[in-house]
Write a protein that binds this ligand. Structure first.
Ligand SMILES: NC(=O)c1ccc[n+]([C@@H]2O[C@H](COP(=O)([O-])OP(=O)(O)OC[C@H]3O[C@@H](n4cnc5c(N)ncnc54)[C@H](OP(=O)(O)O)[C@@H]3O)[C@@H](O)[C@H]2O)c1
Length: 281
């Protein structure tokens, strides 16, 4: 595994996403044991960086994460959770945070993110609550998800605690035209790299568009050259970049082992550039 800094922590560059583990907008209890086994296996294979949110499965995903991680030493794990956009007033953030801690069965969160911006709530209010949680040492670092560059800069001005990470849609397939953010590669990533802000790439494998990655001819030839799968090459392309982390989701033990091993691949600069060009938007 490769580790990079998020604030003061050394964090696995490839983690595990948990969207759709235990439901989407609503809880789904049907496959709890499957997801618990997946998360445990992920941690055992070095994917100690887990991304979740209060919104996932209406809280149930955090419950699943909590049940999966309780037998591991807590300091071995890096847990990110996110406060949903309808809970951004100061008191609501604090209430959401208590609920997340309870569901995760832990007494602190490593990285707490604002899941989406909400123009109806002053950012000062949300950051005041998040700053307080850091001062109380119940949150180790804070960050922003789906914020554009001007809002990242605005948050930095307001917050007394550093903005340590931003989470954005980013992959070979999505470079500057995400669903919620634009100019990731042109603006957000260079700014974050210059200002020691970690960039956590969500949807790193393009989810249902994965087939576009795996069937591309340049990708196929590079994957063959490195004796790797297209998923591993796509993750390797991401984490070869300064400050970038990837959090692929999977329901398969084979795939999570494969994803963890993507850290062993070291793409040549020439191959990294060939991939960048092959998938130019
Ligand atoms: N901040 C936000 O607003 C936001 C938005 C979306 C997502 N996220 C976070 O980012 C995480 C990742 O994004 P995502 O889940 O949308 O998409 P993703 O990780 O790009 O794609 C997940 C899909 O990739 C497949 N997969 C995983 N490893 C594979 C491998 N080695 N080979 C082939 N297929 C593989 C999985 O299928 P198998 O089950 O078959 O492996 C799964 O269907 C989420 O789970 C969530 O934690 C955050």
């Amino acid at each position: 595994m490769i580790y990079k800094k998020i604030s003061d922590d050394d964090v696995a560059a490839i983690g595990l996403g948990t969207w759709e583990m235990g439901g989407r907008e609503y809880a789904d209890y049907s496959f709890d044991q499957h997801w618990i086994n997946i998360i445990k296996s992920a941690v055992e294979n070095g994917l100690t960086h887990i991304d979740t949110a209060e919104m996932y499965g209406n809280g149930h995903t955090e419950e699943i994460v909590g049940r999966a991680i309780k037998e591991f030493p807590r300091q071995q794990l890096f847990i990110t959770s996110k406060v949903w956009l309808t809970h951004l007033h100061t008191e609501d953030v604090l209430f959401s945070f208590e609920n997340s801690l309870r569901r995760l069965q832990t007494d602190y969160i490593d990285l707490y993110l604002i899941h989406h911006p909400n123009p109806d709530v002053p950012l000062e209010e949300t950051l005041m609550a998040m700053n307080r949680l850091v001062e109380q040492k119940r949150v180790k670092a804070i960050g922003l998800s789906n914020f554009d560059i001007s809002m990242i800069k605005e948050a930095e001005k307001i917050s007394s605690v550093p903005i340590s990470a931003v989470q954005i849609e980013y992959s070979l397939l999505t470079r500057n035209k995400g669903v919620y953010t634009h100019n990731q590669e042109k603006e957000i990533i260079p700014y974050c790299q210059e200002h020691q802000i970690a960039v956590i790439a969500w949807r790193p494998l393009g989810k249902t568009n994965y087939v576009k990655l795996s069937t591309n001819n340049v990708m196929k030839s590079i994957a063959e050259k490195y004796h790797a799968t297209p998923a591993q090459i796509a993750l390797s392309w991401l984490i070869a970049q300064k400050n970038i982390f990837a959090i692929p989701q999977t329901g398969s033990v084979k795939h999570l082992k494969e994803n963890a091993k993507a850290c062993d691949i070291s793409l040549s600069l020439e191959d990294w550039n060939r991939l960048s060009e092959a998938f130019m938007e």
